[in-house]
Design a protein around this ligand. Sequence first.
Ligand code: ATP
Ligand code: MG
Length: 379
Amino acid sequence: MGRITDKAKAEEETLSDGQRVRHLSLRHFRNYESLDLEIGDGINLISGKNAQGKTNLLEAIYLLSSTRLLRGQRDTEAVQEGFDRAQVSAELAPLSTLLSVALERGLRKRVLLNGLALPRASDVLGRLPCVCVSSADLPLISGEPADRRLFLDLELSQLYPAYLRHLAVFKRAVEQRNSLLKLAQTQHVEAELFETWEAQMALHGAALRVQRMEFLSNLVPYAQEAQSCIGDGENIELSYLPKDDAVTEEELAAAFKDGRRQEIARGSTLIGPHRDDFRVDVAARDARLYASQGQQRTSMLSVKLGTMELERGERGSAPLLLLDDILSDLDESRRARLMSLIVEHAGQTLLTCTEPAAAGKEVLRSAQVYRVEAGQVSK
Ligand code: ATP
Ligand code: MG
């Protein structure tokens, strides 16, 4: 790992090593009234018909890992209809840590570690590292720059708490500067006011860019390995696309200063890492424009599974892998190679599908199989 990552690593608190979920319990979460479930260390295959609660189960774990839901606008949408409060808890191995998230209508979500509420929900990031893959991640390849930035921000925040701090300060400074830009449309605004926020944007923005670029370049070989395996020799390239040429803090500060006049007319900040993107090339073509459905899904999976390997390298153990309904659009040979890759490389994994047979014999041999029916789970 390079210099910057080492620095980011040195800045942050010690991360938990090798956490996995031993026991999951849900109360009034989505369509689960009450669930207590032991989860195996290897591959857990969650099968069931449509609308039974497979995705909801993965979402509960994702919530513990990231404090975010997989879908929905507000956290309380996940509280079971007709109830006011949901609780998702997991006992983690090997340290028997108890991690809980409580969602209550009208209140802020609370994250508890061994029964004690964390000051900020985001303090939990990195405790239960997890890589989650579902069709909802396809915009990572085919969507807008914002979709790809979200991927970078989520992954880097999970890996490095220092990144999250840079991001929070940077975003706040951009908001403040945007308010000034709008104000300046109708009245004179002192240059010093701009400079205060621009200095923060430059300092933290430069750090964000450096860490994102380093993350992507570290990710490339892992993503290539996965793509080549699933896509039978197919190549993938990832390249960061900054919105402007500024690299250092000084260059960014100068760019913000130079951009002021034009940006006052627009009322928003047009350059900087909050406008950056990255490009994915599959088989030497821009995947956003040219990749087939199967290639899009393969490259999305390769980026995510590459992230899993990168995290393993950083932490010394694989993050939990959540795979929701990932097999559609893949032909039989890609499916088989994907499943072999997961059996060989993944740590604790939860994989959903409507028919267990779809996961293939190799997975079935090693997996614990669960059946979900109307919010009840049986082995
Ligand atoms: P599919 O195979 O179609 O993806 P699934 O098993 O993944 O199905 P889920 O997405 O887990 O299904 O959803 C199961 C059910 O949970 C849905 O019918 C949905 O309406 C229900 N549900 C979602 N949110 C809530 C809630 N807050 N209260 C009660 N039920 C909910
Ligand atoms: Mg589902």
